[in-house]
Ligand binder design. Structure first.
Ligand code: FAD
Length: 291
């Protein structure tokens, strides 16, 4: 099913994210996690592409497995070091896998940034144009409530987002944020600047206190003092951090739904237990009562 149609029906939508196995790593643990996540009946499940050293070649295979579990798949695709031929190959693999939805991304700039941007795809918008012209995929893209770290001014970042949407995006998904007010202000700016496609709010349940400070530093994500206190207090105690991280993410999601946001993407990262606990907290709200 196309994600734009899922979002159009207006019911609260909760989607999940998984990453494929690294090169030469076994598929079984990832498939097990996907099958468990699928039992929570997410609106769709996205499969990352090449992030954190995961094999790009495995994205289509895991997206195909997601669909075999009865859940719509969203395949991520990055383009920075790609050629026209390599993108055509990925498109063919996704079509063979029956995937209808693609998240068009640039990918992170490697340290040797000069060589990375030599190819035909310098920005995600280049991939959007290519896929819009040559395929009938439903297309999504990324956006940044706290501005993309390489961009100095939010207004420039939003202008580029608008170009990306105008090139053919059907929806956008945000980078994680821990303060919903930042998201509400951003959404209002997007609407003012003519970005009218659905915006899916990205929520990261933090279960590893040590990682989060580093991730926030790299991505420029603001850590509210209330959240920082939780990490300082429970960050060294995995079971306490799991309880607190699930509770914090649940509160964020309930606040979003209460304020009229219909679509939330949970960065579940192959952790079914986290998704199960969050969905149990939302049972009456998202209406999957039979879970
Ligand atoms: P772009 O939209 O190209 O923007 C990147 C930067 O370039 C921004 O600063 C923007 O303002 C600027 N820019 C855009 N267009 C122009 C232009 N025409 N001229 C000048 N500047 C321009 N990474 C992975 O490797 N794999 C994944 O699976 C993955 N999934 C992600 C999912 C989500 C929801 C998000 C938010 C990020 C994901 N990422 C992933 C990370 C992403 O690749 C990085 O954030 C990357 O740095 C930017 O990607 P983008 O698609 O937003 O790039």
């Amino acid at each position: 099913m196309r994600i734009k149609d899922i979002l159009a029906d207006g019911r609260p939508s909760v989607s999940f994210e998984v990453f494929p196995p690294k090169k030469d790593a076994p598929f079984a643990p990832v498939k097990e996690a996907v099958a468990r996540l699928a039992r929570q009946k997410p609106s769709f499940m996205s499969v990352t592409y090449g992030a954190s050293g995961n094999a790009q070649a495995n994205t289509a295979a895991i997206a195909s497995f997601v669909q075999s579990c009865g859940v719509t798949a969203l395949a991520h695709l990055t383009c920075l070091s790609a050629t026209r031929e390599s993108i055509a190959g990925e498109v063919a693999a996704l079509m063979d896998a029956g995937v209808e939805n693609v998240l068009c991304l640039r990918g992170d700039m490697p340290k040797d940034s000069a060589s990375a941007s030599d190819g035909p795809f310098r920005h995600a918008v280049d991939l959007v144009r290519t896929l819009r012209e040559s395929t009938s995929f439903c297309l999504g893209g990324a956006c940044y409530p706290e501005c993309h770290p390489e961009c100095e001014h939010m207004e420039d970042d939003i202008r580029r987002l608008r170009e990306k949407v105008d090139a053919g995006l059907d929806f956008v998904t945000t980078q994680m944020f821990f303060d919903n007010n930042i998201f509400y202000r951003y959404l209002s700016k997007l609407r003012d600047r003519g970005v009218t496609v659905p915006v899916i709010a990205g929520i990261m349940p933090v279960t590893n206190g040590k990682q989060i400070a580093r991730i926030c530093k790299i991505s420029g994500t603001y850590l509210p003092s209330r959240f920082k206190a939780i990490v300082d207090k429970f960050g060294d105690h995995p079971s306490a951090m799991l309880d607190a991280g699930v509770a914090y993410a649940t509160e964020q999601i309930i606040d979003l739904f209460a304020n009229g946001i219909n679509a939330v993407h949970v960065y579940t990262m192959n952790k079914p237990e986290v998704a199960e606990r969050i969905m149990a907290n939302l049972r009456g709200i998202v209406g999957n009562d039979e879970n």
